[in-house]
Design a protein around this ligand. Structure first.
Ligand code: ZN
Length: 474
């Protein structure tokens, strides 16, 4: 799941999985997870197939490669598609049980476009540009070989192309579950990780599918290929090591009381994972805080910091519809037992807003919920029209009845004695420095921790049971 977000090697991402950063598309990811957890809270059930866990494992999944999601505000439908396989393609009217419309045995490519004069017609052109097929709404394309190339990316399985609501083409990959996982695991964890960590990742990814088969049902497929589900890049990114991890755990999933568990995972925790109630709310007996003592402390984004100017914070608040005026402080008012910020107050001259749990992280797009805030306060000279004349006291003069003094250092607070006033003038924020540890939401399996455990000799099932306590791997 995008929890997978959690790749640490930046270069790896750039090369194979540029979308795999857990924090890209995090808004949508979080919304969806919150939805799931809210349902659990309100209705008291976990969305799982109402059958024996093992019997509920599907053979095939439908993965949205290009699609439009009106409600989610996402659209990557395509106007042109170039397809080819080394042994030609067969085009059916629907699934393979539909009628065969056209076939080609060579290795040349075909191009499919949406007819610009219609809002539902698809045109299939051969390599020489001649139109070989016109068809409304849907095409189901089966390659003669194992893989099919779609705009340069290779996929196992078949490709469904359709027009939805007059948009450009929606493209869905119909693929075997295990074949799908071949294209997921290398995007969610480095393929050179220890075998047992790769296997743990494969099982977590397989289990994730079972609880999310209906996630995009309204769009005609099960899961998308983006971090908001699990990053999937098909055959093009497969590696021998990750394929072996999928094969070596074939059909295995994490269960709790006989049902598939909700297997969230993330990159690194900073020492301890988090109880789901402190992140998205809700209660899962196995999504609780556990010690993450084996994680490598040098993972991508393990130690991080971010800096903001007061104006940047004020703008972020404004965009949320909360005009706090001039920022005066950001106070962490509550932490979880594991140390994560679970309540935070952003105060200004006109008002304040309180954030809880995961929102403490997402409001400022931080890498994790485990952080400290340093307001870097200083003295400002503010005129009556609110213009700031100085953000540091260094070299500024103070004039009193006894003469003039010059500040040699930057003062965070100032003691003032006047005719009718004696007290401390609190400094106003200068640069807000946020320093944190870990990357990702910290609920469930820590991928860095899993790697560390694997190196220490733990098997994949022991790793999974550590991060999802009380579960079974079967
Ligand atoms: Zn998705």
């Amino acid at each position: 799941m995008c929890n997978a977000i959690m790749q640490e090697l930046k270069s790896f991402h750039t090369e194979f999985c540029p979308m795999a950063s857990k924090d890209k598309g995090k808004g949508e990811e979080m919304k969806i997870k919150i939805l799931i957890l809210t349902m659990v809270l309100i209705f008291g059930f976990v969305i799982v197939p109402n059958v024996d866990a093992k019997a509920g494992i599907p053979d095939k999944v439908r993965i949205g490669l290009y699609y439009n999601d009106e409600k989610g505000g996402y659209n990557n439908t395509v106007a042109n598609l170039k397809l080819s396989s080394s042994k030609g393609v067969r085009i059916y009217s629907s699934g393979t049980k539909g009628s065969l419309l056209w076939k080609y045995d060579g290795s040349k490519s075909i191009t499919i476009t949406k007819d610009s004069t219609s809002n539902k017609r698809l045109l299939v052109k051969s390599e020489d540009g001649s139109i070989v097929l016109k068809r409304d709404s849907l095409l189901y394309i089966v390659p003669g070989a194992n893989v099919i190339s779609v705009n340069g990316s290779k996929y196992r399985g078949a490709i469904e192309i359709k027009i939805v609501n007059g948009r450009d083409m929606t493209v869905i990959n119909h693929v075997g579950l295990e074949d799908y996982l071949y294209g997921v695991v290398p995007c969610e964890i480095q393929s050179n990780s220890h075998t047992e960590a790769l296997k743990a990742q494969a099982v977590a990814a397989r289990t994730y599918v079972l609880n999310n088969m209906d996630k995009h049902a309204h769009l005609g497929f099960n899961l998308c290929a983006r971090p908001v589900c699990q990053v999937y890049k098909g055959y093009s990114v497969e590696r021998a090591s990750t394929n072996a991890a999928v094969d070596g755990t074939k059909g295995k999933i994490v269960t709790y009381k006989g049902k598939p568990a909700t297997t969230f995972y993330f990159s690194s925790s900073g020492g301890m994972t988090e109880n789901v109630s402190n992140v998205w709310g809700g209660k899962f007996p196995y999504l609780v805080s556990v010690l993450d003592q084996y994680e490598g402390k040098n993972s991508w984004n393990y130690n991080w910091n971010k800096e903001f100017s007061p104006i940047e914070i004020e703008e972020i608040m404004k965009r949320r519809g909360s005009d706090i005026g001039r920022l005066t402080s950001i106070d962490v008012t509550k932490r979880s037992e594991a140390g994560r910020v679970i309540e935070m107050q952003v105060k200004g001259t006109k008002g304040s807003e309180t954030f809880k749990n995961n929102n403490c992280r997402t409001v400022f797009s931080l890498y994790s919920q485990l952080f400290d805030v340093d307001m870097g306060k200083g003295m400002f000279m503010v005129s009556s029209d609110d213009n700031i004349y100085s953000s540091t006291t260094v070299n500024k003069k103070v004039v009193s009845a006894y003469g003039t003094a010059i500040f040699t250092k930057h003062a965070k607070n100032l003691s003032v004695i006047g005719a009718g006033y004696k007290g401390i003038l609190e400094g106003t924020p200068n640069t807000i420095k946020i320093t944190g540890k870990g990357w990702g939401h910290a609920v469930g399996m820590s991928q860095e921790g899993a790697k560390g455990m694997a190196v220490e000799g733990f098997r994949f099932d022991e790793i999974l049971r550590h991060y999802y306590p009380g579960t079974k791997v079967e």
